[in-house]
Design a protein around this ligand. Structure first.
Ligand code: 5GP
Length: 116
């Protein structure tokens, strides 16, 4: 079990966010420090996975569901094209150890990679 993180508190409702998408196992909300015109985080409700490597090994269907939600959000909030970023580990820019996908969209042609 991963340690309690800020995203665990968002899942439980202790920290309120506007849920842009929600399924039985996934929620999505705006990143509080957007780095692109559209910057949405997609996270599993489960706190069991700290990063995408653990998630891919432990529950690949849940990872696929996160990607499907990301695609749907990119269609709703941009033109359907998007960048999907998973930071893995502190030296790669990960600060919250509850797996999350950054969905970035909207005028990214000139932008650098997140966390670089
Ligand atoms: P990481 O650096 O771990 O890949 O991404 C964590 C992201 O979570 C950051 O982009 C940061 O802005 C976002 N974040 C951290 N705490 C909160 C919060 O309480 N609410 C929201 N909406 N985003 C958060």
């Amino acid at each position: 079990m991963a340690e309690e993180t800020v995203f665990g508190k968002i899942v439980s409702g202790e920290i309120p966010v506007t849920r842009l998408a929600e399924t039985e196992r996934v929620i999505a909300f705006h990143d509080m420090a957007p780095q692109a015109p559209v910057h949405i985080l997609v996270i599993p409700k489960s706190t069991a996975y700290a990063n995408v490597t653990e998630l891919a090994a432990g529950d690949p269907a849940l990872l696929a569901e996160m990607v499907a939600v990301a695609k749907q959000l990119a269609e709703e909030h941009a033109n359907g094209e998007y960048r999907l970023v998973f930071n893995n580990g502190p030296t790669a820019g990960q600060t919250v150890f509850h797996v999350h996908a950054h969905v970035l969209a909207g005028g990214l042609e000139e932008s650098a990679l997140l966390g670089s």
